[in-house]
Each structure stands twice: as C-alpha cells, then as structure tokens.
Write a protein that binds this ligand. Structure first.
Ligand code: C2E
Ligand code: MG
Ligand code: MG
Length: 878
C-alpha cells in the first residue's frame, strides 16, 4: 500500500510541475488554461487509479482526493468541474459497486477545496504551511469518514487511515506548495512582462521625451516617436546611422565622440545638461539631455539619451527678452490697469516726460494730457478705447517741467481669458522733430525759401480754388502779374545778394498791399503774382477795385529800396486779367496776365495794364476822371447850384443844392457821372464837406435878405458820407462855424444808406433832427421802400422820385405809385415833395393826389446862387 501511495505522491508532484508549465503556455487565454488544468488534473487522477490499491472493489485508496481538493483550492470552479467530469466518467465506466463512495470522496474533496478557496478570497483563511497541513488532514479525515461508511474491515480501515494521514496530508501540503510557488512565479512573470511592455510603450509613445539608444561607436539602436518629432528623422532613417551624423552639429562631433568613448570606458554617464543639437532640416534644437549607461546581461553596452525639447522655453525666453528690450527701447511705454492708472513706465518714459517711476505710478493716464488738447478730444479717445480696445493718434503732452510737446500715442488693451481688459499698454513717441520736419517739408514744397511767399505750386492750388469759389458766389476776381522793371540791372551790377534783398523787400511790400483773403506768390526770378478774390460781381466795378490795388502795388514798389548802404530805385509793371467763374483755365488766365504785363512794359513800364482792351478803356477813363476829380477838389473847381422848390401857389419855399463841375475840357460834368466815382474813391468826403459848407454859407447869405431868409436849403448826402462816424458832429460844427440856422437846412438821404445799420442811422438822424435839421428821403420808391423801416425813421419829408413823376400821366402804375406815396406820407404825418416836375399837367395831377410841393424844370433848373436869388425875387414880384 505504501508503494501505491508513494507512487501517487510522485504522480502528484509530476502533476504540480506540469501544471506550472502548462499555465505558462496558456498565458493569455484564461478559459482554455482553466479547461486544460481541469483536464490535466482529471487525467492524472485517472492515471493514478490505473493501478490502484483497492481494499474493496471500486474503493481506491489513491491521491484523487488530494488532487481534487488542491484543484478546488487553486483552480476554482471550472477546472474542478472539468476534472470531476473526467474522473467521475472513469469511475462510472469502471462500474464498481462502491464507486459512489469514491465519487463522494472526490466531490467532497473538491467541495472542501472550493470552500477553502472561498475563505481565502474572503480573507477568512490563509494558505500558509500549517493551514495547508490542516487542509490536507481535513481532506483525509473526510475521506476516512466516507471509507467508514463502506464495508471495510475496521482493522484495514485503521491501517488505511494511518497511511492516508501520514502520506497524503503532507502530500497535500507538498503539492500545494509546488503549485503556490508555480503561481507566485507565474504572477511575477506576468507582472514583469506587463511592466516591461508598459514601459516599452511608454518610452515608445511618450510625446515630450525623446529617447534614443546608441552603441559605443555611436550607431543608433533605438529611436522613439518623440525623437522623430524632435529631430525630424523617422526611426527607419535613424536606426543604424551614427548619432554624430544625425543630430550633432559639426563643431560638437569630436567632443561627443570623446565623451562617449570615456563613458563606455569608465561606465560613468555623461552629465546631463542643456545642448543645442541639430534637426534634419539643419535648424537648431535646444534640448535638456540626460544620458544613461545601460548594459543588459549578455548584451553589448548602450548609451541611452533622454532629451527634452527646450525650444518652447527658449522661444519664451527670447520673447521675454525681446519684450524686455522692447519695453526699454527708445519709445516711451507705459502700462495701466483697466481703470487707466499707471502701473509701469519704462526708462524712455521717465527720460522723456521727466516723471520718475514713483511719480508716475498710480497716476491716471491723463497725466500725459496738456490743455492744448480739449477734453472732448480726450473723451473721444476714451470712447474708442471702450469700443475697440485701441486708439492711435496725436496728443499734446506736458512734461513735468511744464513743456508741451506733440506725441504719437498708440494704446492697446490687453485682455484676460474672460475677455475683460486687464491692462492698457501705451507707446508714446515724441514727434516734435517729425512735425518740425513736416512743417519744413511743407514750407519747402509750397513756399519760396527766399521771400517765404507761396510758390508757384501753392499759387496754382489757391487760384484753382479761387476760380471755383468765383463760380459759386458769382464774384469777380483778378490775377495780377507783377514784374520788377529794374531787377536784372541790379542783379547784374550789384550781385545776387543785393538782388535777393530787393526781392525780399518787394515781397514784403506786396504782402502789405493786399487783404488777408488775397494771395501774393513768387513765381520765380523777379516775377510775382497776386490773386484778388471776392471783388464786385460787376466787372467794371471790380476793374476799378483792381486798378486801385494795382496802383497801390505800383506805388509801393516804386518806393526806394534800402539795399545795404545805398538806396535803389525800382519800378514795377503789372498785368491784370479778370476772371469770373471757371470760364478761363488757370493757364489761360496766367497767359492773359502775363501778356498784359508785357503791354504794361511796352507802354513804358511802371504801370498797370488790363488784358481786356474794353476794360482797359473803362479803367483809363475812370482813371482820368478820377485824376481830374482829385485836382478839381484840390483846386475847389466846383460850383453849387440851387434848384428852386415851390408850393402849390408857385411860391419858392426852398431849394436843392446840386453840385456842378465846370470842366475845362469836358464842359459841365454831371454829378450823376462823378458822384459814384467820388464815392468809390473816397473823394466824396472832402467834396461833401465842401458842399455842406457852401450850403451853410449860402444860408447865412440868404438870412440877410428878408425875401430869402425863410428858404430851406436841401443838401444831398451820400451814403458813404452819412456812414462816417463823425458826420453828425461835422454838420453841427459847420453850422456853428458858419452861423447858419439849422432849421433852414434839410438833408436829403437815400434809401440805400438806411438798410445797412438801421439802429445807427436812426440814432444819427434823431441827433440831427433834435437840432432842427430837416430830413428828406430822396428818390423815394426806387429803393427798398420798406414800410417797416419807414415807420421807424425820424423823417420830415418824402421825395417822389422823378422817374414816377415823368410818366405819371401816361403810366397808370406810376400814377398809382405817386398817389400811394402821397397817401403814405400823409398817413405817417410826413411832408411830400415831387421832383422832376416838367409840365403843368404833372403838377396838377400831383396836386389832385394831395402833393403840394414841387421841384422841376417846370419852375426852374438849378441856378447859380445869384440867378437863384434873382429868380426868387422875380417870382415874389409876380
Ligand atoms: P437828385 O438828388 O435826385 O437830384 C435831382 C436831379 O434831378 C438833379 O440832377 C436835377 O438837376 C434833376 N432835375 C431836377 N428837375 C428836373 C426835371 O424837371 N427834369 C429832369 N429830367 N431832371 C430834373 P443833377 O443835378 O444832375 O444831380 C443828379 C444827382 O446827383 C442828384 O440826384 C443827387 O443824387 C446827386 N447830387 C447832386 N449834387 C450832389 C451833392 O452835392 N452831393 C451829393 N451827395 N449828391 C449830389
Ligand atoms: Mg436830391
Ligand atoms: Mg432825387
């Protein structure tokens, strides 16, 4: 029996070893391995039973219970079921009458094993030696219990029991230990393999760590994915090639070779550090490189390199250093918080603005602002910042020392991840020089450097605008071409220096001759151009104005020039072309003015010529008349004639003083032709004074003759005269000086003079009236005849204009006007006089209308003082 048992134990050990081996085979397939285990155990049980020790037929005393119990414990349900199937099948095939007991033993053993397994899994039991020994004992005791149910002799049962306990209980322990060791080793093996594969995958796929392995001669053995990305070589390209040809820049190659040689000789790793290696495309790759000397048993040594890409850090550092350099660059930079309080300023800022860091920090952005920029401008800036987060433009900044200077400012908001403004960054550049340069460029581009007058280019521009504006406002303008007559001689004889001085002085004089809205430009050499704008829309009147300015220019340029220590006399020739709207091009206009200038030169220089001959004629005539007028005034060549004014009965009640100019050549010149000229030229003022004075003197003469003493003398006053601030005082002074009675003086005003400044006129008229001076509105009905102002004027009389009187009998509308004027005068409580009455019928018509004062050829023309007195005496006699 002992032999049998020993044989069984041997089977068990074989089983244990086989189990350990086959488990390795079925490593990755759990189910298959379990089935295989079940089969193995089942087959071993069967084999163990082939030559069993049978105390009774069908009752084998073998290792089955041990094997099945252990299988329950180590294999679990599935292998146990498979093994039971095999063994039970065999038992049933044997067909022994006691097979039930054997089967019960087998099932019981499996059950115990599974129970134990369950307890171990729950932590209720352990698989140490004593426990296993107890397990082995329990198994055998259970079996003995079953055997006791069989009809085995008690003596045999005792022997068998002893053998079972002594052999199979330790055998259980032994088998369990073999299997346990196998399982432990297997688990270790699996863990190792898993760990290795995990690390292999990790190293292969880890994205940010480049791992390479090299043989002692530098041949690449391993190249992970990160290395492919970092250095640009695929593993296929890299493996087999020498490290030095792959990623080591040429100057480092020898050093690397030596370092590796030393490393493999000494087995000491090259120290880790930052290196700049090389990409496949030749670019630089900064890395932190660590090295390890690795020698697996039985394999040649290798050097492992673990490189971490530092390009991002290098870039960030570079950017930081760029930012730092930029921050401390030439331009002033400041950073504010979202509330625009200054957080940081750079060196350029403190240097430029004069505020130290401490003085600037915490201050509002408006620290930069000077009062040269309005608050409105600053609030526009703020609005733009709020809306778009940026603003660029010019501001006038104030330095700490108070100096104000222009800056170009660029402000940008910096946003946080939530999209809120976290900072504002402003760069400021001092543009004083740029502005000065711009001014200088503009000056050079548009102004003549010698005279500082606009140059040809600017003039063309202004002229174009002048033409356009003339087109729009229908006003006439003029272009004057001015050439200095003696410039060339001066330049040739005295040199350019003196020539330049002359030009500068001429330029100054020209500028003094024009209004602000006009332009003087230097065309080059000694040629100047003047553009006169906004002249009268009537070309003749405009020409008169131009002539006045032109002559002023000629006169100004005629004055001696102080050139160093000598006086130089020069003259100028001026050509004039008038323009109206865009009918002429600039070129045509220039040509006309130029041509006119040559005509002026041809006509003997020192003069003015119009391009248009008709205009020239008009201007000539006016000029001649004016010259005569000036002379006549100076020589008091005027006479005052008196046209009688009569009442309804033909009695002389007064006279109108009418100016007469007996011209030695022209004959008697009508006031209608010279009064407007005298008004334009200002001669009206001395002339008007002479008239008033003569009239007053005449009144004084009449005052001495009873027949004439009550006559009222009407004197015409021109608008220009009346507008003089000193007019009222002048009249009163004359009355006082001559002793004339103000009540005998009447002033004839025209409507045109009243529209300008009604208040002032009313004031003057009231002052005159207060002295007893009569006021008559001349030529009534020809002007504006506004009833509203008529009501406000302190008048004494309306004079119906002769144009209505002339056709009063033939033209119903003139008749209506005459009638209306009379009614109006009556309504306003004013006197009314009709002038230009030539026929009795006219007089009678007017009388029927209610007008009872007349003046006209029907009664008399204007007469010299003597004849007038005679006329009065004669009418009285009648
Ligand atoms: P006025 O003040 O309307 O003068 C009346 C004009 O009508 C005068 O012309 C006079 O000679 C003319 N006249 C008078 N009766 C008749 C008539 O029955 N038929 C016609 N056809 N004409 C008649 P005169 O003297 O040639 O003066 C013209 C204008 O010159 C005056 O118009 C007046 O506005 C202005 N004037 C004359 N003398 C002076 C003066 O001393 N100072 C100023 N500022 N203007 C004056
Ligand atoms: Mg008059
Ligand atoms: Mg009149």
């Amino acid at each position: 029996m002992v032999v049998y048992l020993a044989q069984d134990v041997a089977w068990m050990l074989v089983l244990g070893v086989m189990q350990c081996l086959h488990v390795r085979l079925w490593h990755d397939q759990l189910r298959a391995s379990q089935v295989a285990t079940g089969l193995l155990f089942g087959v071993v049980c069967v084999l163990g039973m082939t030559e069993p020790y049978l105390p009774l037929p069908g009752i084998a005393v073998d290792g089955g219970s041990v094997v099945m119990g252990i299988l329950g414990l180590f294999g679990g349900v599935l292998p146990s079921a498979v093994a039971l199937l095999v063994v039970s099948g065999y038992h049933i095939w044997l067909g022994s009458p006691h097979a039930v007991i054997s089967l019960a033993v087998l099932f019981g053993s499996v059950g115990l094993g599974l129970l134990y397994r369950y307890a171990v899994a729950r932590g209720r039991a352990r698989t140490n030696v004593p426990s296993l020994l107890v397990f082995g004992l329990v198994l055998q005791l259970g079996r003995i219990g079953f055997l006791a149910l069989s009809p085995i002799e008690p003596h045999a049962l005792l022997t068998i029991s002893m053998a079972l306990i002594l052999v199979f209980a330790p055998a259980t322990l032994l088998l369990a230990m073999v299997l346990q060791e196998g399982q432990r080793r297997d688990a270790l093996d699996v863990a190792l393999r898993e760990s290795e594969s995990r690390f292999r995958t990790l190293i292969k796929d880890i994205p940010g760590v480049s791992v390479q392995a090299y043989a002692p001669d530098g041949t690449t053995r391993y190249w992970n994915k990160a290395s492919e990305r970092l250095y640009g070589f695929t593993a296929e390209e890299a493996i087999g090639r020498n490290l030095r040809d792959l990623i080591i820049p040429a100057p480092m190659r020898e050093g690397v070779r030596q370092a590796m040689e030393h490393m493999f000789a000494s087995r000491e790793a090259i120290p880790a550090g930052e290196l700049v290696l090389q990409h496949k495309d030749g670019s630089r790759v900064p890395v932190f490189s660590s090295h390890a000397f690795v020698q697996a048993p039985g394999r040649p040594p290798e050097m492992f390199c673990v490189d971490i890409d530092l390009s991002a850090r290098y870039r960030a550092e570079a950017e930081l250093s760029i930012a730092a350099t930029a921050f401390d660059a030439q331009e002033s930079v400041l950073v504010t918080d979202p509330e625009q309080r200054i957080l940081r300023v750079n060196k350029a800022f403190t240097q430029s603005l004069g505020y130290s860091d401490a003085e600037a920090l915490g201050k509002p952005l408006s620290l930069l602002k000077s009062e040269r920029d309005t608050d409105v401008y600053f609030s526009t800036l703020q609005r733009a910042l709020r809306r778009t987060g940026k603003w660029a433009g010019e501001i006038w900044s104030r330095r700490k020392n108070g100096e104000v200077f222009p800056q170009w400012v660029n402000i940008n908001a910096v946003y946080d991840v939530e999209g809120e403004v976290s900072y504002f960054v402003a760069t400021l550049s001092d543009i004083t020089l740029r502005k000065a340069a711009e001014d200088q460029i503009r000056q050079l581009a548009f102004f003549d450097p010698l005279t500082e007058l606009p140059n040809r280019r600017l003039l063309m521009d202004r002229l174009q605008r002048a033409l356009t504006s003339s087109e729009r406002n229908k006003r006439t303008g003029a272009l004057l071409f001015i050439d200095l007559d003696n410039f060339k001689t001066l330049n040739d004889t005295r040199g350019h220096d003196q020539g330049d001085q002359l030009l500068r002085q001429a330029a100054q004089r020209l500028s003094g001759c024009i209004r602000d809205c006009d332009t003087v430009a230097r065309l080059g050499g000694d040629e100047f151009l003047v553009v006169l704008e906004n002249l009268d829309s009537n070309a003749v009147a405009a020409a008169a104005d131009v002539r006045a300015v032109g002559e002023k220019i000629v006169a100004a340029l005629n004055q001696p020039y102080q050139l160093g220590d000598f006086d130089f006399n020069s003259t100028a020739s001026v050509g004039v072309a008038l323009y109206s709207g865009l009918s002429l091009s600039i070129d045509e206009l220039l040509k006309q003015a130029d041509l006119a200038m040559y005509q002026a030169k041809a006509a003997g220089r020192n003069g003015l010529r119009f391009f248009d001959p008709a205009m020239q004629a008009v201007v000539n005539a006016r000029a001649a008349l004016e010259a005569d007028l000036r002379l006549a005034i100076a020589q008091q060549r005027f006479e005052l004639h008196y046209q009688p004014q009569v009442d309804a009965h033909g009695r002389v009640i007064g006279a109108e003083a009418l100016l007469r100019w007996p011209h030695p050549v022209r004959g008697m010149v009508s006031p209608a032709s010279f009064i407007p000229l005298a008004e334009d030229t200002g001669h009206i003022l001395p002339l008007g004074r002479w008239v008033l004075e003569t009239a007053c003197k005449q009144l004084v003469v009449w005052a001495q003759e009873p027949l004439l003493e009550s006559l009222v003398l009407a004197v015409n006053v021109s608008a220009r005269q009346f507008r003089e601030a000193s007019f009222v005082d002048g009249v009163l002074a004359l009355l006082a000086a001559t002793g004339a009675n103000p009540r005998r003086l009447k002033l004839e005003l025209t409507e045109s003079m009243l529209i300008d400044n009604l208040e002032e006129m009313v004031e003057k008229m009231t002052a005159l009236q207060a002295q007893g001076i009569g006021l008559s509105l001349d030529d009534f009905g020809t002007g504006y005849s506004s009833l509203s102002y008529l009501k406000r004027l302190p008048l004494d009389q309306l004079k119906i204009d002769q144009s209505f009187v002339r056709d009063v009998l033939t033209d119903p509308s003139d008749a209506a006007i005459a009638r209306t004027v009379v009614a109006l005068a009556h309504n306003l409580g004013l006197g009314v006089m009709a002038e230009g009455v030539e026929t009795l019928a006219q007089k009678e018509f007017l009388a029927r209308c209610g007008c009872h004062a007349y003046q006209g050829y029907l009664f008399s023309r204007a007469l010299p003082a003597g004849q007038f007195a005679e006329f009065v005496r004669n009418t009285e006699v009648k």
